[in-house]
Design a protein around this ligand. Structure first.
Ligand code: PRT
Ligand code: ZN
Length: 226
C-alpha cells in the first residue's frame, strides 16, 4: 500500500530541546541528510532512510500506530501517551531499543514558597496544574491522594500565582524556572531521558537489518561519548 514504505522512517522532533541532539546522533551514526526547515521529510542521501520532523507529542503515537518505524522521544512524553492510550483501549505497543544520553529532566511536584509542605498528603483535595495528567494521576493514585486537575499545555509554572492552581507537576532540569516563579520542588515523580523506540509492527528482513545496524552504531557513538 501507499503508506508503507521500503525506506526506514524515523520520527524526530522538528524543533525544540531534542531536535539538535537527535539530528547529531543520526549524523554520528553515518546517516547523511540535510534538513530543510520548511519540510516535514528529510531524505538521507546514503541510506534508505526518511526522517519525519514533527511535534514531539506526535512521535509516540506515530510509532505505536506503525506509521513510522523508529522514533526519538523523551520518556516523559512516551509514558504519558502510553498510559493515555491504555486507558482508552488503543494500541500502545512499542519496543524501547535504548535510552539515549541527552534530554535529561524530571517531572516533579512543586508548590509556592509559602506553602507548608510535609509530604504528598499535603496536596489532598488541592488543585494541581500539569501537562502530564496521566503520569500525575498514576503517581497520586499510588499514594492514595485525591486531588483536582488543571490541564495546561503551557505556562504551567505561572498557574499558582495566577490563582488557577495550588501547586504544579512540571518538568524540571536546572530548577531556575521554578525559582523564578516563587515555587519549590517537593517530589520527583518521574525521571526522564530521551530514548529510541521501534514500532511493534513486524519489519521486512532488510528494514530490520538496517534498524540493527543503526542501533549498533548508536551504541558505539554513546559508548565513545561516555
Ligand atoms: O513543539 P514541540 O511540541 O515539539 O516541543 P515542546 O515544547 O513540547 O517540547 P520541548 O522542546 O520544550 O521539550 C522536549 C523534551 O525535552 C521534553 O519532553 C523533555 O523530554 C525534554 N526536556 C529536558 C525538557 C527539559 N529538559 C526542560 N527543562 N523539556 C522541557 N523543559 C522545560 C520545563 O517544561 C520548564 O518550563 O524547561 C523549564 C524548566 O527548566 P529549568 O532548567 O528552568 O528547570
Ligand atoms: Zn510537545
Amino acid at each position: 500500500n501507499q503508506s508503507s514504505s521500503q525506506r526506514l522512517r524515523i520520527a524526530i522532533q522538528k524543533s525544540g530541546r531534542l531536535s539538535k541532539d537527535s539530528q547529531k546522533l543520526l549524523k554520528s551514526c553515518g546517516v547523511k541528510f540535510n534538513v530543510n526547515e520548511q519540510r516535514l521529510i528529510a531524505h538521507a542521501d546514503n541510506m534508505p532512510i526518511d526522517l519525519l520532523r514533527v511535534r514531539d507529542d506526535d512521535i509516540p503515537g506515530l510509532v505505536m500506530d506503525g506509521v513510522v518505524d523508529l522514533g526519538i522521544i523523551g520518556e516523559n512524553v512516551l509514558e504519558e501517551e502510553q498510559i493515555e492510550r491504555e486507558s482508552l483501549g488503543k494500541d500502545a505497543a512499542y519496543t524501547k531499543l535504548r535510552q539515549l544520553d541527552f534530554g535529561a529532566c524530571r517531572l516533579s511536584l512543586a508548590v509556592p514558597n509559602e506553602f507548608d509542605y510535609r509530604d504528598s498528603g499535603s496536596l489532598e483535595g488541592l488543585r494541581l496544574a500539569t501537562s502530564y495528567p496521566n503520569l500525575l494521576r498514576r503517581y497520586m493514585q499510588s499514594k492514595g491522594i485525591v486531588y483536582k486537575d488543571c490541564m495546561l499545555k503551557g505556562s504551567v509554572e505561572v498557574a499558582p500565582r495566577a490563582g488557577l492552581a495550588d501547586g504544579i507537576c512540571d518538568l524540571v532540569s536546572t530548577g531556575a524556572t521554578l525559582e523564578a516563579n516563587g515555587l519549590y520542588e517537593t517530589e520527583v515523580i518521574f525521571k526522564s531521558m530521551a530514548c529510541i523506540i521501534q514500532s511493534s509492527v513486524p519489519q521486512s528482513d532488510a528494514k530490520q537489518a538496517l534498524i540493527d545496524k543503526i542501533l549498533s552504531r548508536v551504541n558505539g557513538v554513546i559508548r565513545a561519548r561516555e
